[in-house]
Design a protein around this ligand. Sequence first.
Ligand code: 5GP
Length: 233
Amino acid sequence: MSGIVFIISAPSGSGKSSLTNELRKVVPGLEFSISYTTRDPRGSEQTGREYFFIPREKFDAMIAADEFLEHAEVFGKYYGTAKHFVSEALARGSDLVLDIDVQGAAQLKAKIPEAVSVFILPPSRNELETRLKRRNLSDNVDKAIIARRLKEASKEIENFSHYDYILVNDNFETAVEQLRAIVLAERIRREGAQHTGEDQAILRAAEGCTRERSLPRVQSILDSFRQTTDSSR
Ligand code: 5GP
């Protein structure tokens, strides 16, 4: 049986990497897609582990050869998911997690409508700013980049309505638990077997994260971004 494709998107600074790393530990049988990118490796990143780091010419050649399932420009660099990576994982029957931006998510949903998409939100604009500044101290990122990331985040968040599930990363443990519930609930649904009591609890937890159910929370987060953007004009 073919596996499930999970798309996870989040503005920079929402804690997506920590959450997906934890997800790896708590849910067995998940594979993580390794994208191609033209950006340089950061810190201890290694090609073939976090990304395949390639020059722009190679990326262009892959586009020309139609090797990408989706690709996009993010912060001035190119990122893409190779078709072979996804088809091989699905043929093995594995569930695959793709950490891609909102443009890539839209392209992928158009090609694989049954893919499950999750959008991770920071609790507020202020909190995102605090997290980006904290990271800034350790990574030596300049202020202009933080301002750009905040602006970018507010644009990305406007795309929340295209996602199946919305998760607010307010409390790390809760967010991990919710992400786990979403993955397990989708597996339970597709297996279509009789549901145990534990299954019911997982289905309920995932249900609480659906777009419809998350709307009131998302609305207040969106407002925190809109108010700041309006008053800074
Ligand atoms: P970073 O450079 O910080 O690792 O990632 C920057 C952004 O690129 C993140 O939003 C991440 O989700 C996105 N990204 C990573 N890989 C891909 C990909 O293959 N396709 C698309 N569309 N976005 C990606």
